[in-house]
Design a protein around this ligand. Structure first.
Ligand code: URA
Length: 273
């Protein structure tokens, strides 16, 4: 019985590896699996090995500040006054500073486990998310769930998920800079209230907005950067490719997989401390 379960788990893991293009060599250096295993631990009498340095966090080049759109001051006021996630949800539902609220069916606030320490931030709800009032529940969301699952994370238990915009832009168009700037105070307050240890910025819109960068996602992804959530407080953030992009460009899953491995390593390093 146990052997059957183990086999099923191994087959599921193999399926995911294949989904992720892991039939190719994904590491930069070839791996000699026939080499003798490296000795573990220092030789008797040798001085202790130095702890590996933590990878340096990088601050991306900031984009020039733009004038705040109308309504941004009110959004900032409401966001600052919210003392809990529930209060923030209520403030966002009541905020009437954006026409997106009129065309959307539901406010899409968040899903998952706010206390998980990992917060994922996408772009904006699509049609499925708008209908259900939950982020990442359509085709992109299903892929995102599998991406998380491939490094052992369960969406409901190990991640807290939200978007830059809480309302669906009509026709799923890309959010405008003014819309992003308008909702940014809510997003930053959302991060402060959930207090995650790290962020994953899902896609270019999220990465550029939170890293305040003009660089594209291909330049921002693949390394730990910093998001300033207050003037004096930064959080480690990993930008990665959006699952909607991966659905259109399956070859890019290879890059997404390397990002996921970075995330997995960071989580494991924290657990090992
Ligand atoms: N794409 C996003 O960025 N967010 C969602 O919630 C759904 C699709």
């Amino acid at each position: 019985m146990q052997a059957e379960t183990d086999t099923a788990l191994l087959l599921a893991a193999l399926r995911l590896q294949l989904d992720w293009g892991a039939e190719e060599s994904l590491a930069d250096q070839p791996l000699d699996r026939t080499a003798a295993p490296a000795a573990t631990g220092p030789a008797p009498g040798a001085p202790p090995e130095p702890r590996p340095a933590r990878p340096a966090l990088v601050r991306p080049t900031p984009a020039a500040a733009r004038p705040a759109p109308p309504g941004a001051a009110r959004a900032a006021e409401l966001a600052a006054a919210a003392g809990s996630l529930e209060a923030l949800r209520a403030a966002m539902a009541a905020f009437d500073g954006s026409p997106l609220r009129e065309t959307a069916t539901n406010l899409v606030f968040a899903d998952g486990a706010p206390q998980s320490g990992l917060m994922l931030i996408g772009e904006a709800p699509g049609a499925d998310e708008d209908r259900q009032g939950l982020p990442f529940v359509g085709a992109s969301g299903r892929l995102l769930d599998r991406m998380l699952g491939s490094i052992g994370l369960d969406r409901a238990r190990d991640a807290y998920i939200t978007n830059i915009l809480p309302f669906r832009p009509p026709g799923n168009r890309t959010p405008t800079e003014a819309e992003i700037a308008l909702f940014l105070p809510f997003v930053l307050r959302h991060i402060a209230l959930a207090a995650p240890r790290r962020l994953v910025l899902v896609g270019g819109v999220s990465a550029k907005a939170l890293l305040r960068s003009r660089e594209g996602i291909t330049r921002l992804r693949g390394r730990w950067l910093e998001v300033m959530i207050r003037e004096d407080e930064a959080l480690p953030a990993l930008a990665t490719l959006h699952p909607a992009y991966l659905l259109r460009n399956p070859a890019a899953k290879r890059d997404a997989w390397t990002d996921l491995l970075l995330l997995k390593r960071a989580i494991e390093a924290k657990q090992g401390q």
